[in-house]
Design a binder for this molecule. Structure first.
Ligand code: PMP
Length: 464
């Protein structure tokens, strides 16, 4: 495969024809896009030959790293046998069935909740749209059609379709296009650094933050609330890791009022938190689990929902036709790649690695960033990490939004061969699960270097 390209030509065509997601088009055209041409292991290269350590796993998805021939072979073989067939009209295909059974075997039973069924889509956003449809159908079938309201959280990310963006709590997204759609409402996120009161412990804050759900349920009216949706750890919101007390209290509240719990694990499943599913890490009992990204390590689009017995039994037993589905629900090639991807993860014990010694090493090295003068708090959970850049370490004074410190730091990362993402004043990573100890050391050296250079620049600008 020829990866040598004329950068200027590709950039010109890019500007002329390609509208990128979540992008200020004019600004990008002025600057020109970075052209990524190849990748291997945990590194990507741009068209100028620059190598970068991809600490974001693409977009939180390339869990097994780049260059896995096995995944390409799985796609090739399935394309030759059966590249496509639908699963609408009393038909099915072998990889979709095998994957559903495999997922059912990987999803652990918690309490009275088990997962035997899967509904497929091609992305996280579509999967959350399916959740909205399924949750409302569930309550309709139980004779409670007035239970329509889904409660989510500010700064959550649940996708970019109309329902996905509405479930999400991104004010910038809501501002464009009259969102959220009706019957979706939000509570505050469990971000201790920002919302903890002076003298309040993280554990006390966790209980208080979960209490906002109970307040909202009572304000909306118990008989109108259908479900609560949340990510185990908020990813795109800036890797917001909830205090240990948060999820147990959320569970108590959803149980008390009988509302469904949706765990959006588009980022957190498939080893990201050291478990096959994120709910295992925190020990709660979801009714529906959204997945995408890591199921194929991003090699091909696939998403879906694990449908727990509580919902599945009603849909199946009381059902009739569920008027919802996608052309690519259960796509044979995507499912074949997912099976091969899971096989790699099992054979190489990647999930155990993140949960075990490798994950502990990553956590220990990442925690060292707390000593840096610009870092307010650096935390990890499995293989996600976040840190907040602060003006004053002692007082925890934050920078102003217009200082754009995250973007300053991100530029130093890129320039020095590291892909780290900025969310406001938070710098975040989600490295591939195949990182070695040496890769983690290299990553930490690069982060330190980027932080040092950021400090120098901010000092020169008089911001610190
Ligand atoms: N939910 C979560 C938690 C996500 O992180 C994302 C994507 N970052 C989505 C949903 C949407 O997934 P997609 O971009 O595949 O539609």
């Amino acid at each position: 495969m020829n990866t040598v390209v004329d950068t200027k030509l590709i950039q010109a065509l890019d500007s002329a024809h390609f509208l990128h997601p979540f992008t200020d088009f004019k600004d990008l055209n002025d600057r020109g896009a970075r052209v990524i041409t190849k990748a291997e292991g945990v590194y990507v290269w741009d068209s100028e030959g620059k190598r970068m350590l991809d600490a974001m796993s693409g977009l939180w998805c390339v869990n097994v790293g780049y260059g896995r021939k096995e995944l390409a072979d799985a796609a090739y073989q399935q394309m030759m046998a059966l590249p496509y067939y639908n699963s609408f009209f009393q038909t099915t295909n072998v990889p979709a069935v095998q994957l559903a059974a495999k997922l059912a075997s990987l999803a652990p039973k918690v309490g009275d909740r088990s997962f035997k069924h899967v509904f497929y889509s091609s992305s996280g956003s579509e999967s959350n749209d399916s959740n909205v449809r399924m949750v409302r159908r569930y309550w309709d079938l139980l004779g409670q059609p007035e239970r329509k309201v889904i409660i989510s959280r500010n700064n959550a990310y649940h996708g970019s379709t109309m329902a996905g963006a509405s479930l999400g709590g991104m004010s910038g997204m809501h501002a464009q296009g009259d969102l959220p759609i009706p019957n979706i409402t939000h509570i505050e996120q469990p971000y201790y650094f920002e919302n903890g009161k002076p003298g309040e412990t993280a554990e006390e804050f966790g209980v208080r933050a979960a209490g906002w759900l109970e307040e909202k349920i009572l304000a909306v009216g118990v008989d109108k609330v259908a479900a609560f949706i949340a990510e185990p750890v908020q990813g795109a919101g800036g890797v917001i890791i909830p205090p240990s007390t948060y999820w147990p209290e959320i569970q108590r509240i959803v149980d008390k009022y009988g509302i469904l719990l949706i765990s959006d694990e588009v980022i957190c499943a498939f080893g990201r938190l050291g478990h096959w599913f994120g709910y295992e890490k925190f020990g709660y009992k979801p009714d529906l689990v959204t997945f995408a990204k890591g199921i194929t390590s991003g090699y091909i689009p696939l998403g879906g929902v694990m449908v727990g017995n509580r919902v599945a039994e009603v849909l199946i037993e009381k059902g009739g036709e569920f008027n919802h589905g996608y052309t690519y629900s259960g796509h044979p090639v995507a499912c074949a790649v997912a099976l091969a991807n899971i096989e790699i993860m099992e054979r190489e014990h990647l999930v155990e690695g993140v949960r075990g010694e490798l994950g502990a090493y990553f956590a220990k090295r990442y925690a060292e960033l707390n000593a840096h003068p610009l870092v307010g708090a650096a935390e990890t959970c499995g293989f996600v990490g976040g840190l907040v850049l602060v003006k004053n370490k002692q007082t925890k004074e934050r920078f102003k939004e217009e200082d754009a410190v995250g973007m300053v730091c991100r530029a130093h990362c890129f320039n020095n061969g590291l892909i780290m993402r900025a969310v406001g004043d938070r710098m975040i990573i989600a490295p591939p699960l195949v990182m070695t100890h040496a890769d983690i050391d290299a990553l930490m050296d690069l982060i330190h270097m980027a932080l040092d250079k950021t400090l120098v620049e901010l000092k020169a600008k008089g911001l610190v």
